[in-house]
Design a protein around this ligand. Sequence first.
Ligand code: GRF
Length: 203
Amino acid sequence: AKVAVLASGRGSNLAALLEARARGELPVEFVLVGSDKAGAGALRLAEAANVPTLALDPRSYPDRRAFDLDLFRRIAASGADWLVLAGFMRILDGEALKPWVGRIINIHPSLLPKYRGLHTHRRALEAGDAEHGASVHFVTAELDGGPVIAQACLAIEAGDDEERLAQRLLPLEHRLLPAVLNLLAAGRLQWDGAPRFDGQPLS
Ligand code: GRF
C-alpha cells in the first residue's frame, strides 16, 4: 500500500510511522509527505528518510478550496492509496475531500466524540475528566467527526498540566497510528460509505 502523510509541525507521529516501517513492522511505502509549512520538522524527517516531500504555501492560493484541490491533485499524482493526517493543522475543504473519503485517516488527541477541535488536553483537564486519550478516525467533511477506528486512553494524573498530559499521551499516539495503518494496509478496514472492520460494520 502506498501512503501519503500530511503534517504541519514537528512530525512525531510521522516519525513513529517511519520508525515502525524501518523496524519492518509497517509494510507500507511512504510516497509523499506534504505540509502547509515549508519549515515543518516533519518535512526534515521525510527528507532524512528519503521520502518525497511537498510544501504548499496557502498564501499562494486565491482561497482555501484552491489550495486543497491542488494539494489533493499532488497527492493523487504521488500514487497514494491512503492519506494520513498526522498533526496537520488545516481543515480540509469538503468538496476537495470528497473523492478521498474512506481513504483518509486522522489522529486526534482526544477520546472522540469528546473535544473535537483544538486545546483538547486543556479541555479534558478543565472538565476534571478521569481519563484522556487519542483517536484515529476516518476523515469526513465534519471536523474530527468521522467514524472512530481505534482509541488509546490513559488516566489523568494529579500532577498533569496541559504540557505533561500531552507529553504522556504522545507515546500512545505513536503506537496507535501505526497499528491502524497496519490494519488498512492489510485490507482489514474497508469503506463502502461506512467503515467495516473484517467485513463487520465498525460503528
Ligand atoms: C499530536 O498530539 C497529534 O495528536 C495532533 O497533533 C499533535 C502533534 O503531532 N494531531 P506531531 O508531533 O506533529 O505528530
